[in-house]
Design a protein around this ligand. Sequence first.
Ligand SMILES: Nc1nc2c(ncn2[C@@H]2O[C@H](COP(=O)(O)OP(=O)(O)O)[C@@H](O)[C@H]2O)c(=O)[nH]1
Ligand SMILES: [Mg+2]
Length: 346
Amino acid sequence: MRAGLVGFARSGKTTLFNALTGLHKGGAAGRGQVNLGAIKVPDPRVDLLSGMFRPRKTTYAEMRFVDVPGPAGKGTGLDAEALRALAEVEAFCLVARGFPGADGAPADPAREIADFDAELTLNDQAVVEKRLDRLRKEGHRGTGEYHELERILAQLESGQPLRAMAWSDAEERELAHFGFLSRRPMLVAVNVPEEEAAAPPAPEVEAAARARGAEVLSLCAAVEAEIAELPPADQPGFLESLGLVEPARARFIRAAYRLLDLISFFTVGEDEVRAWTIRRGDTAPRAAGRIHSDLERGFIRAEVMHYDDFVALGSESKARHEGKLRLEGKEYLVRDGDILNVRFAV
Ligand SMILES: Nc1nc2c(ncn2[C@@H]2O[C@H](COP(=O)(O)OP(=O)(O)O)[C@@H](O)[C@H]2O)c(=O)[nH]1
Ligand SMILES: [Mg+2]
């Protein structure tokens, strides 16, 4: 999973990026440039499996982040480098400034949400207009694609992102190659002052995000950066003093999983206990392909037992005996918490 931290300049993207990825430790990521980093997705199930198997290696799922420099303000437009970086991410985390600016400019996160999404929408509009122009020149006015794109253009011209439109599975597939930016799932992180770190987003900010088909949460990037600097033993006390029960990183990851409909499955053994991220609804071969493309190509069957059954019964042989270890074929939809052993031949 790769998410882009996006938004206008000075909203706190790089501060949040450093706090989330821990890059502050090895010299902070550069301001005003594209930065790459990753965070491990905490998962108590991995910890427990690791305790049972005592593997040589334990690997958590990973979420990758790209910190993309944003335009200075509304209408400035996204530069070519930023556009390239945006094109490569599956989802956007829009960081909106919720604290007073250095020049005393009051915060207006609702406005930033609308304005930044408008940049994405304008880019998509240009893509659609270009394609429609081409279809007209080639005499393809009456085609299905032409009508489809006209419908999309109407949405964009009304200032609405494609994210807020219902598409059929077939449309989704046919339109995928356009890589529309305003179609990508969006999580808004309102970067609020320390005093508001524990408060939910203001109703008008919540409404602005919902209107764009986005989810929203509040956090204070400066607080997150401070937490990341503290020794683990001191973190709970610090969080509590701010009225927080956990770092925003944890809420952030959960929100991203929910938004993208992501789930985890596990592989276990003496060598490695590992969590993998897939989309809900992915079949067993597709999940196997996360591990290695050979496992997808040569997929025969998967031995599947669910984490809950395995933990309740305590061993693989017990699970087998109780009929909780099943052989599943190519159509099987992997569930969150499945432990997979893929049989394959290439
Ligand atoms: N008060 C306050 N200032 C912040 C916070 N996050 C970032 N800043 C400041 O805002 C400025 C811009 O932050 P930066 O992370 O570089 O923003 P970017 O341009 O979006 O990457 C810097 O001076 C930060 O110290 C925050 O949560 N609270
Ligand atoms: Mg920056």
